[in-house]
Design a protein around this ligand. Structure first.
Ligand code: BG6
Length: 510
């Protein structure tokens, strides 16, 4: 097991939602699991006027996100945890001199012996990343003279290729790339990491993992929720920026990449960058029209409940042309994947919450059982990222009886059958990795830029292209009516059910 050195976590934006909802519960779980080092301090920093005690109340003692957890624990156990939390008010602005903050960090470091090891977690709006990094640097807080210093930044990382490059350059003025950890919470999911293990720890998949045996690849990411309270952010972002550029292209990179020579952070990330750079960038409007679909959810009634359309959501422009659904077909220009189409879609307000990868294998090149409609029964490998996490292989079996009638059977594995211990939540896992200096599951600058390079022309075409359509779909259905048109000769999207083994079209009618 890697060693977790004594350290301090300094969270900027500590009075915000992410800190209470994700970060503190993740650290609390690490504490429960005995994963925190002996000397550990959390210092919350933001512009709210809070005392240490008020901060502890807000994010632990009275937090709705920890309520169930706390009920199970003794008061003394909770107190030992809350005693590790402190708060520093920055005043009116993040862009101020950090003299007082530097002093507080230094005092806490001395009183709690955190050995000058500091993680700065930026849970602020992205336009503050540069400002905070600069002010930390100006106080000498980014220098690794004594102890190490790390900077964690949340997505969105840039708004386009240009802004991502600018942000990378700006951060690199104050921190080295090796100090920067760009968080993508999908990489913290066990099932996403398991893609590497499925591919590279087995000899049965990798020989087939190429254009000779794979007909096409399909990735669906669906959510039942709409934009919730994030209309203001989402309307400026959209599905392509919010999900596709980050989480989904990370998954694509893991499907596409070549075997790394080892499991080191840089070996894996080098291969992911190569994979992302090999995605064929679509530049002309004819190609973009043919291979992309965008859509917005519209009002409907689900289970007797009226659901608002996207344009009626709070803080969304009533004439908005921001997509809540994006489906993209693309090719990968390298030896392994030439001519294999990839279909990737993501959307809000779909019938079920699900993320899965479907590898469609080619049909056997010589059909012996001609009357069995084998074409519809090709082998598929379905990798379920969430929920009902698992892996399913669909393969042909003989129907008992005369002749050779072939049906499709399922060979399935469920994660739930493995789990005896507590499985770490994405944030828990990623925070622990950063605490131990392992950047494998964090995105590197060149990865992020390669992903933007692919996405930028699509965004530009959707914004400035002539006659680009915005389709509508009723909240609660699988996207716009024309979504299967993208598949051109490859049938339809596999619209997954709640459970891994549900077949397309499956639904519960009560
Ligand atoms: C976030 C997006 O990064 O991921 C959200 O900003 C989205 O819009 C969320 O809802 C989905 O994450 P998960 O883990 O629930 O699939």
């Amino acid at each position: 097991m890697n060693k977790t050195e004594n350290q301090m976590l300094i969270i900027f934006g500590a009075s915000g939602d992410l800190t209470a909802r994700k970060l503190i519960p993740a650290i609390f779980n690490l504490y429960k699991d005995g994963q925190l080092p002996k000397n550990y301090v959390i210092l919350g920093v933001s512009r709210s006027d809070l005392s240490d005690v008020e901060f502890r109340k807000k994010v632990v003692v009275e937090s709705p996100y920890l309520k169930d957890e706390l009920e199970k624990e003794a008061d003394s156990f909770i107190k030992t945890f809350t005693d590790k939390l402190f708060y520093e008010d920055l005043g009116k602005d993040y862009d101020t001199d950090y003299i007082q903050l530097a002093k507080r960090i230094s005092d806490l470091n001395t009183s709690h012996q955190t050995e000058h090891n500091h993680i700065f977690y930026l849970s602020t709006p992205p336009n503050l990343y540069e400002v905070v990094a600069k002010n930390l640097h100006d106080q000498g807080l980014s220098k690794e003279v004594k102890g190490w210093k790390r900077l964690i930044v949340e997505k969105p990382f840039g708004y386009s290729l240009e802004t991502a490059k600018n942000l990378n350059n700006a951060l690199h003025r104050y921190f080295e790339e090796s100090q920067i950890y760009r968080i993508d919470h999908y990489l913290g999911k066990e099932t996403v990491q398991n893609l590497l293990v499925t591919r590279f720890a087995n000899s049965i998949f990798e020989p087939l993992w190429n254009r000779n045996y794979i007909h096409h690849v399909e990735i669906t990411n669906a959510e039942t929720v709409g934009v919730e309270k994030r209309g203001g952010y989402y309307d400026k972002s959209g599905a392509l920026r919010d999900m596709f550029q980050s989480h989904l292209l990370q998954i694509v990179a893991l499907v596409v990449m070549e075997p790394p020579i080892g499991a080191d952070a840089d070996e894996i990330r080098n291969e992911k960058v190569k994979a992302l750079k090999s995605l064929r960038i679509m530049r002309d409007s004819k190609t973009l029209r043919k291979n992309t679909i965008r859509a917005q959810y519209m009002a409907s009634v689900i289970d007797g409940k009226k659901i608002r359309g996207y344009r009626e959501e709070p803080d969304v422009d009533p004439k908005s042309i921001t997509e809540t659904y994006a489906a993209i077909k693309f090719f990968v220009d390298n030896w392994r994947w030439a001519d294999v189409p990839f279909y990737v879609r993501t959307a809000k307000r779909m019938p079920t919450k699900v993320t899965e990868i479907v590898i469609h294998f080619t049909s056997p090149h010589h059909q012996i059982f001609k009357d069995s409609e084998m074409a519809n029964k090709d082998n598929k490998l379905i990798i379920r990222i969430q929920p009902d996490e698992g892996i399913l292989i669909k393969f042909g079996v003989k129907v008992p009886g005369q002749g050779f009638k072939v049906e499709r059977a399922n060979l399935d594995f469920y994660y739930s059958s493995l789990v005896e211990n507590h499985v770490m939540e994405a944030y828990e896992r990623l925070l622990l990795d950063a605490m131990q200096g392992d950047a494998t599951l964090y995105a590197r600058a060149d990865e992020v830029e390669a992903a933007w390079a692919f996405v930028d022309p699509i965004l530009d075409y959707w914004k400035n292209g002539k006659g680009v359509k915005m389709y509508g779909y009723s909240a609660g259905v699988w996207g716009p009516q024309n979504e299967d048109d993208l598949m051109e000769g490859h049938g339809m999207w596999r619209n997954p059910g709640e459970n891994l083994a549900d077949d397309p079209g499956f639904c519960v009618l009560s």
